[in-house]
Design a protein around this ligand. Structure first.
Ligand SMILES: Nc1ncnc2c1ncn2[C@@H]1O[C@H](COP(=O)(O)OP(=O)(O)O)[C@@H](O)[C@H]1O
Ligand SMILES: [Mg+2]
Length: 363
């Protein structure tokens, strides 16, 4: 199978040769752990092979990103960067955080005004939707101009958006649709995302086909870093945490190395791991339903109730109600399977079976 190099040899090794092309992946980890540097390795690797690369930057404006990374000596002249930094700083001085959330601005976009005016859409929706539109325009514009699709796309990061927006049902649906949009492109995509709370699994983590996670901790007065593959659909991978170093040559993974941690730290990591694995079980079912939803959309079979059901399953998972999460996801799966089977046989849709709306959602 063809693999896409991340630009970091040791990480490719951990990934069993690299990334499976044309899929979205999540890069997670705390601030300063190496996410943006990895994203740039990935893009620079592509540019070196003559592949077009696109970066949507939300955390820092393009010139700042480039100057922060100038030490690494990558030639990024041909990298297309879209500035989607919300104009938070300007608002922050005058307004509370809540107000900022409602006045988020995405630059370089014509459609925002039109979206913002439609009623009831909150800041995050405007932003995720806006970014999707902006990306779509750039992707297809580029394809038309050059007859070459973007092969590598990075979104860095979804976190800033979320911190200034409300987390809700509709926002999860928006992120689902964004991930689906990305997986339909020719490009291999990296989505940078921090976990706002360690135990909360954000929507994008379910829908991504893999997760590369960075770790960073203090060992005495030395900052240590490590990397792990948390999930990788359709591939074998190294499931251990491996130490990394960052120098002027970028990220180096010690793919034979092991991470020694103090007992306390290890215990904490252990809990997080267990939690993650249980979540992963449920997320497998959720992903399966997401694929069915995709199929339903293609066949023009209605699935919005199922989409809400899945969102509800995610909510249960966030609240660590694993049994409920699984039950809700399986129910959504069986409802949609039946509907699709009937559609394939040319039968009318089955009588409505309730996929109850998630708690707190107004009709
Ligand atoms: N030239 C360099 N040499 C060594 N370390 C660096 C260099 N440039 C940046 N770093 C370190 O790499 C860290 C990770 O950077 P970055 O990828 O931007 O983190 P984030 O995960 O927040 O995106 C920075 O906090 C900095 O300490
Ligand atoms: Mg960063």
């Amino acid at each position: 199978m063809d693999r896409i190099s991340t630009g970091v040899a040791g990480l490719d090794t951990m990934l069993g040769g690299g990334l499976i092309p044309r899929r979205p992946y999540v890069v997670s980890g705390p601030t300063g752990s190496g996410k943006t540097i990895l994203a740039m390795h990935f893009l620079a690797e592509g540019l070196g092979r003559g592949e077009a690369g696109l970066m949507v930057t939300l955390d820092e404006p393009p010139n700042e990103v480039k100057s922060n990374l100038s030490a690494f000596g990558w030639n990024l002249d041909r990298l297309k960067m879209l500035d989607a930094t919300p104009d938070i700083k300007a608002h922050k001085r005058q307004r509370s955080v809540i107000d900022v959330g409602t006045t988020l601005d995405v630059r370089d976009m014509e459609q925002v005004g039109e979206i913002r005016q439609s009623s009831g859409i909150r800041a995050l929706e405007v932003s995720v939707h806006g970014i999707q539109k902006m990306l779509k325009q750039e992707y297809f514009g580029h394809l038309e101009r050059t007859k070459q699709p973007y092969k590598r796309i990075v979104v860095d990061s979804l976190t800033a958006l979320k911190m200034f927006s409300m987390q809700g049902e509709d926002s999860r649906i928006m992120i689902q649709s964004f991930l689906r949009f990305l997986s339909e492109l020719e490009a291999t995509c990296l989505i940078v995302s921090e976990r706002l709370k360690p135990t909360v699994i954000e929507t994008e983590f379910f829908l991504a086909r893999g997760e590369i996670r960075f770790h960073k901790w203090l060992d005495g007065n030395v900052i240590r870093r490590a990397i792990s593959i948390e999930k990788y659909r359709g591939s074998r991978f190294d499931d251990r945490i491996r130490p990394i170093t960052i120098t002027n040559a970028g990220i180096t993974v010690d793919s034979q190395g092991s991470v020694s941690l103090t007992a306390g730290r290890l215990a904490k990591l252990g809990d997080a791991y267990l939690e993650q694995r249980i979540g992963d079980e449920v997320s497998t079912v959720i992903e399966r339903v997401m694929k069915l939803i995709e199929e339903a959309n293609k066949m023009r079979v209605s699935a919005s109730d199922v989409e809400h059901g899945i969102s509800r399953a995610m909510l249960h998972l966030h609240r660590k109600n694993y049994q409920k999460a699984l039950k809700t996801a399986l129910n959504a799966q069986s409802v949609l399977r039946e509907r699709l089977d009937r559609a394939k046989q040319g039968l009318p849709p089955p009588p409505p079976r309730a996929v109850p709306p998630p708690p707190g959602v107004r009709k």
